[in-house]
Design a protein around this ligand. Structure first.
Ligand code: HEC
Length: 107
């Protein structure tokens, strides 16, 4: 079942622009939601806070976040590092980074 969901999510993120339902499936299938939620603080920052911090930077922020989603990193939100997700393709990481940065300022 988990494999099937992952396959579906990965097909879904192949599209350039992700809709909200596809993003949610992606977060479930890849485990991002173990550490992140859009509006709830978990181990990692709220995705809405991420969007609010980087929105004005546009493309530069999207590219940087996509790279960090794949390789992991630390230092922007506190002391806890994010593990890498090297199984994601650059296109998948880009699609999800684009969706995160495009979140509106308020719920
Ligand atoms: C094991 C916990 C964990 C998992 C799983 C995880 N993250 Fe993170 N994430 C973090 C932490 C902790 C940070 C804060 C890192 C920092 O301070 O720079 C973070 C930061 C981020 C940031 C902001 C980076 C920055 O430089 O501002 C984005 C975007 C992000 N995560 C997306 C994702 C996505 C997408 C996934 C799933 C593919 C994911 N994360 C999976 C813990 C996690």
């Amino acid at each position: 079942m988990k494999r099937l969901l992952l396959a579906l999510a990965l097909i879904a993120v192949r599209a350039e622009a992700l809709d909200d339902a596809a993003a949610k499936r992606f977060f479930n299938a890849t485990g991002c939601n173990g550490c992140h939620a859009v509006d709830e603080q978990r181990i990692g920052p709220r995705f809405r806070d991420v969007a609010n911090r980087y929105r004005a930077e546009g493309e530069a922020a999207t590219a940087r976040l996509a790279a960090k989603i794949r390789s992991g990193g630390a230092g922007n939100w506190g002391l806890v590092p994010m593990v890498g997700n090297p199984k994601l393709t650059t296109e998948q990481a880009r699609a999800i980074a684009t969706w995160i940065v495009a979140l509106p300022e308020k719920p």
